[in-house]
Design a protein around this ligand. Structure first.
Ligand SMILES: [Zn+2]
Length: 463
């Protein structure tokens, strides 16, 4: 276990600053893990915050900033392990502003260190109720559960923290240290490597950490603790090879209808998502997948992508609430003429999904079998459908799924001309960086496939 170190003090202040701003302007976005849509709003608001207008500052804002200043002082003491003094200051902050979620969170972590685990976890949960996207809160929830010995809960909280900040080295480290105590060499090394890649100090910390004693003698762990220059060989290659292959799941409808393989009953769908969440899988967006294939950007451990073809209404009414529960996002490949049709997504629902972090891609205007019609039909449908989606969503449409999985060279050229950057087939398999961006395979998920088959498909690239 490890408290976030000095660098993270700075980071958490930034988070606090952004958090305060978001809180004060009431623009808390529902369940948008990456937080990338908030970047622009906050940049301008930061300036406002730095130059407050004394005449306009309300008493509410003053209370808040006074509470925050007690919190910040307390946090310094917390990092110095002066827990009693820190607690006094967190309490002061909370007496001024009972909704100061930063102080609730820090008080909770302090309690956890003092052995008052249950109370501590409750306080952190209160903070997260006030501010569900508070990364530091999810981190501390992991820490407090780790201290309480609730290892599975701790891992899942750290993983949530990583969804908000995929560069939080100490969240990777926390997961690694739990696997270390469990004697799980592979998982320990996977997560600790992520931590060290981001924060080289983690290597030194790990050397002295007793949590890793059960795995310390293993060759893999020893290799990881050697200085960077000597680990750039086989070890790194094999682990990057491992994450370079990613499953893209594809579904159609999430609804109960006996005998229809395209409609996965919501209970089955939920069981599959729960499996992924509980086994350390991390959803990534299709844009993150694209970056990864192109060799840029980092992906979390055990990454996967969820896609839905055609745009059934139940993607919003059934699948969306389930995915929100696990903080997963997905992509819908929408047939543009089906928008607002009976049983299909409305323009409003598409927009709601988009603002929750989902991606909307193209899937033709009328869903023909393009191998059976003239090439001009594809070109015309591509233009019309792209335009329509673009108008509704106010964003460029750059990802495509071929209807019925049918494609040819001419179609690929048209897609590229129209500005598309990736296209998905229905070919079986995981995606690796050597694949053609316009011939990407996917993992089919169908009704009554059973959990054994599902697990096989998400754990084995050669299923
Ligand atoms: Zn389709």
């Amino acid at each position: 276990m490890k408290v976030k170190t000095r660098k993270h003090v700075l980071l958490s202040f930034l988070v606090i600053l952004l958090g305060t701003i978001l809180f004060s302007v009431q623009t808390v976005l529902p369940g948008n893990p990456a937080g990338d849509t908030t970047g622009q709003t906050t940049a301008s608001q930061v300036q406002n915050n730095q130059q407050p207008d004394p005449q306009n500052s309300s008493s509410q804002a003053q209370t808040n900033s006074e509470a925050l200043s007690y919190y910040e002082q307390g946090l310094k003491l917390y990092y110095q392990k002066d827990l009693n003094q820190a607690l006094t200051l967190f309490n002061k902050a909370l007496s001024l502003d009972p909704n100061c979620y930063q102080a609730l969170n820090a008080k909770g972590a302090t309690y956890a260190f003092q052995g008052r685990h249950t109370e501590g976890i409750d306080l952190i949960k209160q903070a997260l109720t006030l501010k569900p996207d508070f990364e530091y809160g999810h981190f501390n929830l992991g820490l407090a559960n780790e201290l309480a010995g609730n290892w599975n809960t701790a891992i899942s909280a750290y993983q949530t923290a990583l969804r908000y900040d995929s560069r939080d080295a100490w969240a990777y480290y926390g997961i690694a240290s739990i696997y270390g105590r469990q004697g799980n060499v592979d998982q320990t090394v996977t997560y600790l490597k992520q931590a060290i890649d981001i924060e080289p100090d983690a290597r030194e910390t790990a050397k002295a950490e007793h949590d890793f004693d059960p795995v310390r003698k293993s060759a893999k762990f020893q290799a990881l603790l050697k200085p960077a220059s000597s680990t750039s060989g086989a070890n790194t290659a094999s682990s990057s090879e491992k994450t370079s292959s990613i499953p893209v799941l594809y579904y159609h409808s999430v609804l109960t209808q006996k005998g229809n393989a395209l409609r996965v009953p919501p209970e089955q769908f939920e069981e599959q998502m729960r499996y992924l969440a509980e086994h350390g899988y991390n959803v990534i967006t299709i844009a993150q997948l694209e970056q990864h294939i192109k060799g840029a950007g980092q992906v979390p451990p055990k990454p996967f992508v969820i896609t839905f073809d055609d745009g059934y209404e139940d993607n919003y009414t059934k699948a969306f609430p389930i995915l929100q529960k696990y903080r997963f996002v997905a992509t819908v490949f929408m047939v543009s003429d089906f928008i607002n049709g009976k049983g299909y997504l409305s323009a409003e629902q598409l927009l709601a999904l988009q603002s929750a972090g989902w991606t909307i891609g193209g899937h033709s205007a009328t869903h023909p079998e393009f191998n059976k019609v003239k090439p001009e039909v594809f070109t015309a449908e591509l233009k019309v459908s792209t335009e329509k989606l673009k108008n509704i969503l106010g964003q460029d449409i750059v990802y495509y799924a071929y209807p019925f999985g049918k494609y040819n060279d001419g179609m690929i050229k048209e897609l590229q001309k129209e500005g598309y950057r990736m296209a998905f087939t229905t070919k079986k398999g995981w995606i690796n960086s050597r694949q053609n961006l316009f011939l990407l395979p996917r993992v089919n998920c169908y009704a009554d496939m059973g959990m054994d088959e599902f697990i096989k498909r998400v754990t084995n690239p050669d299923y």
